[in-house]
Ligand binder design. Structure first.
Ligand code: ZN
Length: 452
């Protein structure tokens, strides 16, 4: 007879700080971070997690915590979890680890979340040149639904998912990451031809001992110092999966992660109640604490069987995943287009980031006519289940990106009509969004529409 229920391997007490949790958390990638638990293939196990900020961002109606959020602590992860097969043999480098998400959700008693815009001086977001100040919306959950007193008139079912699922890198892979990301920092924009609209955002996030938490390794020890100086930040997604922020990794989905160290050392965190494609505001999903119930399989030598490395080493691979069978159903969408011509009218060559930015800006401008401020819509498009696509990437010189918004999330009809946009006092919905003024020194891209 099989056991009922999932075995809890990482418990979380949301009343406690990240460093006080019973099973220690970590917020960096490094092969020397020791596993905190071991699971067998086929076993159903439960992993609980704090929100990415470890409770630093609160349910208070203020954006002060966003404005001064410490970026060095991002993201608190649960794990690493060592995976062994039925005979007790660990996953080995070169295997694929199949991780099935059997169930997930908010932690009972903690059914709320937040979506925020970081201050431009503190990480910013995709549209930081238009929205430089910090702002926050709190969301409450009613079962599968989310609503916010700060963005009235919308309610939607969450496609809940972990923003981060990943395996530990080997030392060889970690060195590759650190080397290539250091090059981005050092040689900068001209070499990499990053688009101008993103100038004011960090180029990369290199290892830093500040804020570093390494699980069972005691802070301040010599070992901690050495590892903290090498350990990769969790911000970008990489070969090991990591912070891919894929909204469809929900109930019933399965991720096939490359294994780089013995035991695979699986970690997860950054739970999202809901997120729009691109998570444009950057603090941008409905961030929350939560739980996952997982089941693992090991596909022996799966990397060589299924993945062809693209790069100088066999480690240059990326995960594969399957979408689960449970997703919100929307039948009507309003879709906004963007092309790779920026807000100054300048042409970019097949640049999907510029095209996506224009699609999002077009959607914000349009939806703000329905009684909302532009900040409210920026927050909403970051966290509601909207779908981003690269629609065309070959028709030179313009990439075409689209952003599809489910019409049913609004309590009013947002389609264009012959009668025009409805007006009236009922539509003034931009009252109480908690926000801080921007008082940094960087010049703001000239855009009169950004000041609502
Ligand atoms: Zn997140």
């Amino acid at each position: 007879m099989s056991n009922l229920g999932a075995r809890l391997v990482v418990p979380i007490d949301v009343k406690k700080k990240p460093k006080e949790q019973k099973v220690p958390l970590h917020n960096r990638w490094h092969p020397a971070i020791p596993p905190v638990a071991e699971v067998r293939t086929g076993e159903l196990f439960r992993v609980e997690m704090v929100d990415f900020s470890g409770g630093g961002i609160t349910k208070e109606y203020t954006a002060q915590d966003i404005k001064f959020q410490d970026p060095s602590i991002v993201h608190y992860l649960s794990g690493p979890i060592r995976v062994v097969d039925a005979e007790g043999n660990p996953a080995k480098p070169g295997d694929l680890l199949a991780v099935e998400i059997c169930n997930l959700g908010p932690l009972p008693g903690d059914e709320w979340g937040y979506t925020a815009i970081f201050d431009r001086e503190n990480g910013g977001g995709f549209l930081t040149d238009h929205f430089p100040g910090a702002a926050k919306a709190i969301w409450y959950f009613e079962g599968i639904y989310a609503y916010s007193p700060h963005i009235p008139g919308v309610r939607f079912p969450g496609l809940t998912h972990p923003g981060i699922v990943g395996t530990a890198p080997s030392m060889e892979l970690l060195n590759i990451w650190n080397e290539r990301e250091r090059q981005v920092e050092e040689t900068g924009l001209h070499t990499f031809k990053l688009c101008e609209v993103l100038h004011s955002r960090p180029l990369a996030n290199l290892p830093s001992t500040k804020g570093c938490v390494l699980g069972k390794i005691k802070e301040g020890s010599g070992e901690w110092e050495r590892i903290a100086r090498e350990a990769a930040r969790t911000i970008p997604g990489r070969e090991n999966g990591g912070n891919c922020d894929i909204k469809n990794l929900s109930r019933g989905s399965k991720v096939y992660l490359p294994v780089f160290v013995e035991g695979a050392n699986l970690s997860t965190g950054d739970m999202h109640f809901s997120q729009g494609d691109g998570e444009v505001a950057f603090c941008g999903a409905i961030e929350m604490s939560g739980f996952l119930e997982l089941k693992c399989e090991i596909i022996r030598d799966g990397m060589s069987k299924y993945l062809t490395p693209m790069g100088p080493t066999r480690l240059h691979v990326n995960p594969i995943f399957e979408i689960g069978p449970v997703e919100p159903r929307f039948s009507e969408w309003l879709v906004f287009e963007g092309i790779s011509v920026d807000e100054s009218g300048r042409q970019h060559y097949l640049d999907a980031s510029v095209a996506y930015k224009r699609a999002v800006l077009n959607a914000i401008d349009y939806l703000s006519r329905f009684g909302y401020s532009k900040q409210q819509i920026y927050l909403l498009l970051s966290c509601c289940p909207c779908e981003g696509r690269i629609s065309g990437i070959v028709d030179a010189p313009n990439a075409v990106a689209t952003l599809a918004i489910p019409i049913a999330i609004f309590d009013q009809d947002i389609r264009p009509k012959t009668t025009g946009v409805p007006t009236g006092p009922r539509l003034v919905r931009n009252g109480g969004l908690p926000q801080c003024s921007y008082d940094g020194n960087l010049p703001i891209t000239k855009n009169p529409s950004a000041t609502t």
